[in-house]
Ligand binder design. Structure first.
Ligand code: AHN
Ligand code: ZN
Length: 338
């Protein structure tokens, strides 16, 4: 280009420019440049994630009351979620499981699996937990410690985002098949007030069950993305340790996508410690690399923010901005798969 600028005649400038384009074009053909790939990538149509819609699906779940296994609200909400996913055109499997809590109580749980393009061999897995915690054991007032929580952020928000993603997939299919799994019984981990050692923590029972006994015995996906607590105002997502260890390339892809879309205020380029969450069994028993997009607040003592496992995890603190940042990022990643 500097050569072109030095030539005083307009006509010659034009010819040199055209020749330059020809040489550039020619060299592109022989050896594809990142430029050409980027141009292709921008041609993929990615739907607009509607955060109001995700908010609505979040509110609908919370309206049933706490979705604690063995309760009427849990049963009703499970029926609602499966029905919505069928309405969006997914093939839905309701995987029933009888599980044992940390203290050996028996619970009836249900993993809800929604598959789009079930015949497609190229798949990605998106997941979240749909149950809510039976204990507000982080509440400042101990009289609430045995009260079940609304779980607006811890549970409903992530499922709300996945329902909106499912609705979008129902309208316009991406190139790959997508499975959404709403895991049950994630949040029945040993409460903080119970100091007994039970030998197991009791978290993530539904995902462990599915990972050991998937709905399709040959189930495989390129990778998984777990959403957990993705709707709090001003949420920050750090690179969780287990995700980085077992699915570092997916973490990179998701965080770069978020930053390219302008969501760098949410997706922070920093590492955070590992969290026992639903992605762990997927990695361990299914050998599918899986990341966890999970809120992390380095300034809060428990790491998960003020509302976590308290009576305040309710609809007053659900943010459409946060839902949008996460939902749009995930849609971009999914629709750019070939
Ligand atoms: C632990 O606290 C060990 N895991 C948190 C998993 C979790 C609970 N996610 C939401 N609620
Ligand atoms: Zn929880």
């Amino acid at each position: 280009m500097t050569i072109i600028l030095k030539i005083p005649f307009r006509g010659l400038k034009k010819i040199t420019f055209i020749m330059g384009m020809f040489i550039l074009g020619f060299s592109c053909k022989q050896n594809p440049q990142p430029f050409a790939q980027n141009e292709n990538a921008t041609k993929v149509i990615v739907p607009e994630f509607n955060a109001d819609s995700a908010y609505h699906y979040t509110a609908m779940q919370v309206a049933w009351g706490p979705r604690v296994p063995n309760t009427v609200a849990h049963q009703a909400c499970g029926t609602y979620l499966a029905k919505e996913l069928r309405r969006f055109g997914a093939k839905v499997t309701e995987q029933e499981a009888t599980l044992q809590t940390y203290d050996k109580q028996t619970i009836q749980a249900k993993n809800i699996i929604a598959s789009f393009q079930p015949e497609n061999k190229n798949r990605v897995l998106l997941c979240a937990h749909w149950d809510s915690r039976p204990f507000a054991d982080q509440d400042s007032d101990s009289k609430y410690h045995r009260t079940p929580i609304d779980g607006a952020n811890d549970g409903a928000g992530a499922c709300g985002a996945l329902l909106e993603i499912a609705r979008q997939i129902g309208i316009l299919q991406p190139a790959i098949g997508v499975d959404l799994i709403l895991f049950d019984a994630e949040d029945w981990g040993t409460p903080e007030f119970d100091k007994q050692n039970y030998g197991s923590t009791g978290w993530c029972l539904g995902s462990e069950y599915w990972a050991k006994k998937p709905h399709d015995p040959n189930y495989i996906a390129r990778y998984g993305i777990l959403l957990d607590m993705v709707s709090a105002p001003n949420a920050r997502f750090y690179k969780e340790y287990i995700s980085v260890q077992y699915a570092g390339n997916i973490v990179k892809k998701v965080w770069e996508t978020a930053q390219a879309l302008g969501y760098d205020a949410f997706f922070i380029n920093k590492a955070a410690s590992g969290i026992e969450d639903d992605h762990l069994s997927i990695i361990k028993y299914r050998n599918i690399p899986c990341i966890d997009i999970i809120q992390y607040d380095p300034s809060s003592p428990n790491g998960f923010g003020d509302y976590w496992h308290t009576r305040n995890d309710n609809m007053d603190h659900v943010s459409t901005e946060t839902l949008k940042a996460v939902g749009q990022t995930v849609l971009h990643v999914v629709y750019n798969e070939k």
